[in-house]
Write a protein that binds this ligand. Structure first.
Ligand code: ZN
Length: 264
């Protein structure tokens, strides 16, 4: 994978990849993120995916004009710090799409190091608390203490740093305050929408909310890129074509009788 990315890099726009941070693309960086880096260079926005923790959560670092936001820091904080420091970025915000432990476990560690504001939907505060118990059920012997948000929001939020503004919108279903953050034509979908799947609704979620959120998502333009909380990146065009449970939910306004396979 590493070699493949380097080759694509050379092929596409070699002059843009002058800094060491850009050249040191890890095996976790997929081609979609690489493309996003290229397309966002002109707008001075970079998007880096770092897969972290035992549940392979995608942590994203969105950088602009020397500042950044860290989304879903669910483990491996040293790896995230290494990228931030090599890229000479100053973290202004730590954000989470939702409060499950695998998306917020490194918040406090990062806050100790950086003067950044931790922001999450207020509806996710109880979810983080419940995650203190949930972690032991999923990862034997693991421990987690819910971080206290510096700021919360209900429904929508806007987060500005560098020269970019991230828009956060709640799409409840996976959890009550699950939030999708977006900038330009990029959607950071958390555990609401995956490449080829949707998030589970049995850990603090709701089927009715999920169906409504998926219906709303379906109306978003096909040109949007999808960066989920787990797994590979995608596009809205691709998800509308191949994501059978997404399609089923929108067509049937239900998930209950869905017979196909389901991930996470
Ligand atoms: Zn989750």
């Amino acid at each position: 994978m590493h070699r493949k990315i380097r080759k694509a890099q050379d092929l596409l726009l070699p002059s843009l990849f002058s800094s060491e941070a850009e050249l040191n693309l890890t095996a976790n960086t997929n081609i979609y993120v690489l493309m996003a880096n290229i397309s966002n260079m002109a707008g001075m926005v970079s998007l880096k995916k770092i897969t972290v923790g035992q549940l392979m959560t995608n942590c994203y670092v969105i950088g602009s004009a020397g500042e950044c936001a860290i989304l879903d820091p669910g483990g491996n904080s040293k790896l995230v710090m290494k990228y931030i420091e090599e890229s000479k970025l100053i973290p202004k915000f730590i954000l989470a799409t939702h409060g499950h432990f695998d998306h917020v476990i490194s918040v406090d560690e990062l806050r100790k190091r950086y003067d950044a504001i931790f922001k999450i939907s207020s509806k996710e505060v109880p979810i983080m608390k419940e995650s203190e118990t949930l972690i032991g059920e999923i990862i034997h012997g693991a421990d987690f203490k819910a971080p206290k948000p510096d700021e919360t929001f209900i429904g929508h939020t806007k987060v500005a740093f560098g020269e970019v503004e991230l828009v956060g919108t709640e799409y409840p279903g996976h959890t009550p305050g699950s939030t999708i953050f977006s900038f330009d034509n990029n959607l950071l979908t958390g555990d609401t929408l995956f490449a080829g799947g949707i998030g589970r609704i049995d850990v603090g979620g709701s089927e009715a909310d999920m169906v409504e959120s998926l219906e709303k998502l379906w109306t978003i333009g096909e040109e949007y890129k999808v960066y989920p909380g787990h797994g590979e990146s995608s596009t809205m065009r691709r998800e509308k074509m191949i994501n059978t449970i997404f399609k089923y939910a929108v067509e049937n306004r239900s998930l209950l009788s869905y017979k196909g396979s389901r991930i996470l």
